[in-house]
Design a protein around this ligand. Structure first.
Ligand SMILES: NC(=O)c1ccc[n+]([C@@H]2O[C@H](COP(=O)([O-])OP(=O)(O)OC[C@H]3O[C@@H](n4cnc5c(N)ncnc54)[C@H](OP(=O)(O)O)[C@@H]3O)[C@@H](O)[C@H]2O)c1
Length: 411
């Protein structure tokens, strides 16, 4: 192939401008793995030669090929179709996360980059995984490859809030989501909340459900709304349903609720707090001899394929949310969408398990004694407020969506 001198001698300024364009493309491609890659990271890669994209790839599914290898495969595929591309050699790869250098479910990506004689690697996020961190970059540099790091780092990091948090803490990343009116109400004084936001915002939330491994509510929301808590995203084919987690210390869940009726279709965990039962998973053995109403109800729910967890706090009154997160994290759950209501939201914030808040504000006023997104007694001093930092603000239809990190951003 003829590479003309003009395209080879791209000056530094335009090279930087194009770097940004290609890394932004890699960020977009990374999103193809949303909902499927967990608990692995979202990663996108773009291969460019002579200022032209010759290959693209994402980490599409947990356990499948990494983005760099998919991009190389797609470039090789394009080589066969396009007479103007003769090899990957001498190209630049833009990758949103530092390439791996260890043998996991797939061989190291650094090896593939070196073997294919890619001459420049532009990286967004550093991989916090101790098996990779910095080592991927070093191996590439030692092979004589030019490596640019921390490029559009913030945008690339934002792709993987869940992965970074889970890797570091082995606890699910918790996103608290609520929809409120312009006067800060998540339900009317009679407990009605359907619907506060527009259909567009509700579709957006369905897509978020696809992204999160778990969805959690308190029994108050089940009693008030009788929700399904599955994923009904119209724009995603075969969306992934999150595992439903219901916090119900006193086993108040109605046996004819939608949650119970659909438990054979959608994985469900009911969390209770009962000091008379062992901590952890409640199995049929634990209650088989029980003739109490509660024992019979537990048996009924187990028969319906509902997993029951008993996780009480030190006062033996309520579910201990920190212990619950530990249990779920150790079981492989990397992320939870917390969909309230106000009582569980307050408790979750107080326990320190919430990482991010997604607040929809709709152009409506309920007034009166409607419910607030965070109940409880609140604080007396302004200086005691829980501090948030804004991650993103946008309009979705007529609603305003603000996303906040709770406290300092976790990495
Ligand atoms: N607009 C929105 O975004 C939105 C979202 C959700 C709900 N809502 C509305 O909010 C209302 C329900 O709010 P809610 O506050 O009553 O419901 P909730 O927060 O979903 O449920 C509260 C219940 O969860 C149980 N729970 C178990 N463990 C807990 C713990 N560690 N900390 C706190 N609670 C725990 C408690 O009952 P036990 O002690 O018996 O277990 C508590 O009463 C409904 O009107 C619903 O429509 C609105």
């Amino acid at each position: 192939m003829n590479i003309d001198n003009e395209s080879m001698n791209i000056d530094n300024e335009s090279k930087n401008k194009n770097d940004e364009k290609y890394m932004r493309r890699a960020i977009e491609i990374a999103k193809k793995g949303i909902g499927w890659a967990n608990p692995n990271p979202l990663v996108g890669a773009v291969i460019v030669k002579n200022d032209k994209i010759i290959g693209e790839g994402a980490h599409l599914k947990y356990g499948s090929l990494h983005a760099e290898r998919n991009a190389i495969l797609s470039a090789k595929d394009n080589l066969e179709k396009d007479d103007n591309i003769d090899s990957i050699e001498g190209s630049t790869i833009y990758v949103t996360l530092e390439p791996c250098c260890h043998y996991g479910k797939t061989p190291p990506c650094t090896e593939a980059i070196i073997d294919n004689k890619i001459k420049r690697v532009v990286i967004g996020s550093r991989d916090p995984n101790p098996k990779v961190s910095g080592k991927g970059v070093r191996i590439l540099r030692e092979a004589g490859i030019e490596v640019i790091t921390d490029f559009l780092k913030e945008e690339c990091d934002a792709l993987n809030d869940i992965f970074f948090h889970y890797l570091k803490n082995k606890r699910p990343y918790v996103l608290m989501k609520y929809a409120m009116t312009a006067d800060g109400k998540i339900a009317t004084s009679t407990g009605k909340s359907k619907w506060i936001t527009s259909a567009l915002a509700r579709e957006y939330v369905q897509e978020i459900r696809h992204k999160y491994m778990g969805i959690m509510v308190g029994i108050g929301t089940v009693l008030a709304d009788d929700p399904l808590l599955n994923c009904r995203a119209k724009n995603i084919s075969n969306p992934r349903h999150p595992i439903r987690i219901i916090c119900d210390s006193n086993l108040r869940i109605p046996i004819d609720s939608n949650i119970v009726k659909t438990a054979s279709r959608y994985e469900t965990i009911l969390v209770i707090a009962d000091k008379n039962l062992n901590m952890g998973e409640v199995v049929a053995e634990d209650i088989k001899l029980s003739t109490t109403e509660k024992g019979e109800k537990l048996n009924f729910l187990l028969d319906k394929k509902i997993k029951i967890l008993n996780i009480f706090d030190k006062n033996n009154t309520r579910i201990d949310l920190n212990s619950l997160m530990k249990y779920l994290g150790e079981g492989g759950m990397d992320s939870i969408l917390l969909e309230g209501g106000g009582i569980l939201n307050e408790s979750a914030l107080e326990s320190g398990i919430v990482n991010e808040i997604m607040s929809f504000i709709s152009p409506k006023i309920f007034g009166g004694g409607g419910k607030s997104p965070v109940s409880g007694n609140g604080i007396d001093e302004v200086s005691d407020a829980i501090k948030l930092s804004i991650k993103d603000i946008k309009m979705i239809g007529d609603d305003i969506l603000t996303c906040y990190y709770v406290g300092r951003k976790e990495k």
